[in-house]
Design a protein around this ligand. Structure first.
Ligand code: HSE
Length: 307
């Protein structure tokens, strides 16, 4: 195999109560990537469609992730990467992660799979570090492993794939404003009250339990963010109105997708996810803010080989 074409999925990081550790993978939206083995060593990004992003490998998240993977391999050949960007940078649904995950997944395949998924996450977070200044793994892990993932620890890196309840659907609204992850991280206080931490880790543990028991009511009670959401929600116009509308429509819960400005909701069943999408859209119509909407099942596979 000398060439591979991939679907590189969008992801929702944090999922309310799991800042920097929890994430899930979406089915309905993502980028495409073509990776070709070539005789010249190194990594070259030869084409990017859909967005203005740097072609220099060292300045591109896919390039940096690929270079991290190749660093200790002494290869006498290299790789060319073409990217069709569908996920807008700064949208909050893992645009940089899709590129980083796709690059390491595809090159690993073309090399005969020398690396395991956790090692791939370790390479891909180098791309995240370039994009946001922090090597957070909560988007690249679900993009690579699929489903819900938990970053159990960063040093050493330990990633666990969790169960995905079968009837779970996500709705994501992306108001057309850009919030850079680095900016959304700069508003975060570095210490938190113990009382809030107790609520947060209770919810995170409860949510993990709910994923395995497929207890949608427990899942709903755990979809709260005591810590990050109050600090970031002022960056997102209409955030509280959207949450209110989503709850009224019957979603299990909602929150900021990654670092925003997208807002996600989880629902039991596709019909409810569609109803939630209408409720979300109505809020932004009132605000006069343009938006994209995604209704998606949970992608339990992660990056997919298209050909
Ligand atoms: N955990 C990261 C953050 C995700 O919230 O900053 C960014 O998509």
């Amino acid at each position: 195999m000398n060439e591979i074409k991939l679907f590189c999925p969008a992801t929702i990081a944090n999922v309310s109560c799991g800042f920097d550790v929890l994430g899930l993978c979406l089915e309905s939206t993502g980028d495409q990537m073509l990776i070709r083995k070539v005789s010249t060593p190194g990594v070259r990004i030869t084409k990017i469609e859909g967005q203005q992003l740097p072609l220099e490998a060292e300045k591109n998240v896919a390039g940096v992730a690929a270079l991290a993977l190749l660093k200790d391999l002494d290869l006498d050949f290299g790789f060319e990467i073409e990217i069709i960007k569908i996920i807008k940078p700064g949208s909050g649904i893992g645009s940089s992660a899709a590129s980083a995950a796709g690059a390491v997944f595809g090159i690993n395949k073309l090399l005969g799979m020398p690396f395991n998924p956790t090692q791939l996450v370790g390479f891909a977070i180098q791309g995240e570090a370039l994009a946001s200044g922090t090597a957070h793994a909560d988007n690249v892990a679900p993009a690579l492993l699929g489903g819900f993932t938990l970053v159990k620890g960063y040093t050493p890196l330990e990633v666990i794939k969790l169960n995905t309840p079968k009837q779970l659907f996500a709705t994501v609204i992306h108001p057309q404003i850009e919030v850079k992850t680095a900016d959304a991280r700069s508003v975060l206080k570095q210490s938190i009250p113990l009382k809030k931490a107790i609520v947060q880790w209770g919810n995170l543990a409860g949510l993990v339990s709910a994923l395995y028991t497929e207890d949608y009511e427990l899942l709903s009670r755990c979809l709260h963010d005591e810590i990050i959401e109050p600090m970031r929600s002022p960056l997102i116009p209409g955030f509280h109105k959207v949450k209110e509308a989503v709850n009224k429509a019957g979603a299990l819960g909602s929150g900021i997708s990654g670092s925003g400005p997208s807002i996600f909701a989880l629902s039991k069943g596709k019909a409810m996810a569609e109803k939630v999408a209408v409720a979300m859209g109505d809020v932004y119509k009132d605000f006069g803010v343009d938006y994209d909407l995604h209704i998606s099942g949970i992608n339990t596979e992660g990056v997919k080989v298209l050909s």
